[in-house]
Ligand binder design. Structure first.
Ligand SMILES: C/C=C/C(=O)SCCNC(=O)CCNC(=O)[C@H](O)C(C)(C)COP(=O)(O)OP(=O)(O)OC[C@H]1O[C@@H](n2cnc3c(N)ncnc32)[C@H](O)[C@@H]1OP(=O)(O)O
Ligand SMILES: NC(=O)C1=CN([C@@H]2O[C@H](COP(=O)(O)OP(=O)(O)OC[C@H]3O[C@@H](n4cnc5c(N)ncnc54)[C@H](OP(=O)(O)O)[C@@H]3O)[C@@H](O)[C@H]2O)C=CC1
Length: 447
């Protein structure tokens, strides 16, 4: 039995759940990995110079044992997230530390502590097997998986599953991720695959869409409301392309920051009107490595006021971090919110606290999404209210190049990876609904 037999079953129109359940599983499968004995390979190099093409490997790996409450999924497509870039350059930490820590928690978790880490935090595919105690899903179900892995043994996470002390991001802080032909997930990560999307389109939104939903829309994040001015950094990037859609769909006013004409056009095509090209307008928030330039914050704020008819920002959707955070705090209106989920340009932020406390602003930390938020975010995709922002797909072998593109900011929106899917465009089950949304679905393609 090989993965080819699995693919045949998926591509055959008349495979039943019983057929999938009867499929013998292969002993091994192909997966993108980083290797524990290579964690020092980029030591001493500048972040920018660390090349994911050198650290990511396509390996044949053994199929992991299936535990209670888990599912093995045949992965048709996945996507590249920035967390895979972090793993591949071993920053800010090697992810093997996470696997070791997880491995120490219990007998079953020991499976994750291996000399290789199978990465990837998105998937669209087909359930192959479910472990004891799984009733909601069965072999043959077409699914996407969100990346929240929690144990839920502590009451801390019972109101908001992101607050579980054993909260982990699957494929980043756990092994057996989605950039592979088969993945191992907890069954609570599974959600129905939106029928109007192909495998690679369905795999694209998951992580970033859910994160943007909590960070911007949910009461656990900024709780955006109609009319809010929302400053969105990287508005055509992974997170930003969903934040922009949420702002527009929710009746808010996105002020989109991008770095090229082409990206400005993408934001316009989504329906945004207020756009700032940070490159063309040449903002330099830092005079040197240690000194910010408040005059540049002011110039930026003035530009925002021009675009909003004199209003300041209600919500900043932050993720670039050190480079922009001082400006983000400054341009927020009295009582406004800066919500942050990342620090791509550096995690030691500096801002002038007088502008925060005197103007009663709030900074909210946000991370991925709880079970319910991830479900709600996927539901919006399934209903055609929010669309995938897939620009390009790569083969599994080319994942290193895909991660390199994302690391170097050469991509648009989301970058997809075909895992078992032999070509793009497969897996669509609802052609009628697709036809209604086809322009929006294709908005980011091939640009
Ligand atoms: C969905 C997608 C998401 C993304 O893409 S996010 C972007 C990618 N992710 C990242 O860049 C984050 C990567 N992770 C990290 O950098 C680290 O993961 C953290 C900084 C988040 C945490 O650091 P750590 O060293 O793993 O854990 P500690 O909590 O700092 O524990 C170290 C020791 O410090 C002790 N400690 C923690 N809090 C306190 C406290 N309040 N008072 C006293 N001690 C404390 C602990 O117990 C422990 O101790 P003991 O080493 O002895 O076990
Ligand atoms: N905590 C969480 O749950 C999550 C955290 N993240 C983190 O968020 C960050 C962004 O992820 P994602 O959106 O997928 O990445 P992308 O690279 O797809 O998009 C980020 C965009 O931000 C803009 N940007 C990058 N650097 C800077 C800078 N120095 N100043 C201003 N703008 C900048 C770029 O747009 P342009 O050049 O057009 O301005 C870029 O396209 C990553 O660090 C990632 O790890 C992501 C998802 C979940």
């Amino acid at each position: 039995m090989t993965v080819k037999d699995i693919l045949d079953a998926i591509q055959s129109n008349d495979s039943t759940s019983a057929d999938f359940a009867a499929l013998q599983l292969p002993e091994s499968y192909r997966a993108m990995t980083v290797h524990k004995d290579e964690t020092e390979m980029f030591a001493g190099m500048a972040t920018r110079e660390k090349d994911p093409r050198k650290s990511l490997h396509l390996d044949e790996v053994p199929l992991p044992e299936l535990g209670p409450g888990e599912a093995l999924v045949a992965v048709m497509a996945s996507s590249v997230n920035y967390n895979s870039v972090w793993t591949s350059i071993f920053e800010p930490l090697s992810t093997f530390g996470f696997l070791e820590r997880y491995g120490r928690t219990n007998e079953l978790a020991k499976r994750h502590d291996l000399p290789y880490h199978i990465i990837g935090s998105d998937l669209a595919g087909v359930v192959l097997r479910t472990g004891p105690g799984v009733n909601a899903w069965k072999p043959g179900d077409e699914v996407v998986a969100h990346c929240l892995s929690v144990e839920l043994e502590s009451s801390d996470g019972h109101n908001d599953t992101m607050l579980d002390p054993e909260q982990r991001i699957w494929g980043f802080e756990t092994n057996f991720g989605g950039l592979a032909e088969i993945a191992l997930v907890k069954s609570n990560q599974l959600m129905p695959k939106p029928g109007h999307l192909s495998w690679e389109e369905a795999a694209a939104p998951g992580l970033v869409n859910s994160t943007a939903y909590r960070q911007l829309v949910s009461r656990n994040g900024a709780g955006m409301k109609q009319g809010d001015n929302v400053l969105i950094w990287g508005a055509s990037g992974g997170l930003g392309s969903y934040a922009t859609q949420f702002a527009l769909a929710g009746g808010a006013n996105p002020i989109c920051v991008v770095s090229s004409d082409q990206k400005a056009d993408i934001c316009r095509s989504m329906g945004a009107e207020a756009i700032i090209d940070r490159n063309a307008e040449g903002y330099k928030f830092w005079k040197d490595e240690n000194t910010q330039d408040p005059k540049e914050w002011k110039r930026f704020g003035k530009r925002i006021r021009e675009l909003t008819g004199g209003e300041d920002i209600d919500i900043v959707f932050e993720h670039p971090g050190r480079e922009t955070f001082g400006a983000s705090v400054f341009v927020t209106r009295k009582g406004g919110t800066i919500t942050t989920c990342a620090s791509t340009s550096g995690y030691m932020h500096e801002y002038d606290n007088r502008y925060l406390w005197m103007s009663l602003k709030r900074i909210i930390g946000s991370h991925f999404a709880n079970y319910r938020e991830a479900w709600e975010a996927n539901r919006l995709i399934a209903k055609g209210k929010i669309h995938p922002t897939l620009s390009k797909t790569y083969s599994l072998e080319e994942t290193g190049q895909a991660a390199y593109d994302v690391h170097r900011n050469l991509h648009q929106g989301k970058v997809g990876v075909l895992c078992l899917a032999p070509e793009e465009g497969l897996g669509v089950r609802d052609e009628e609904m697709r036809a209604k949304h086809i322009d929006a679905i294709n908005r980011f393609r091939n640009i």
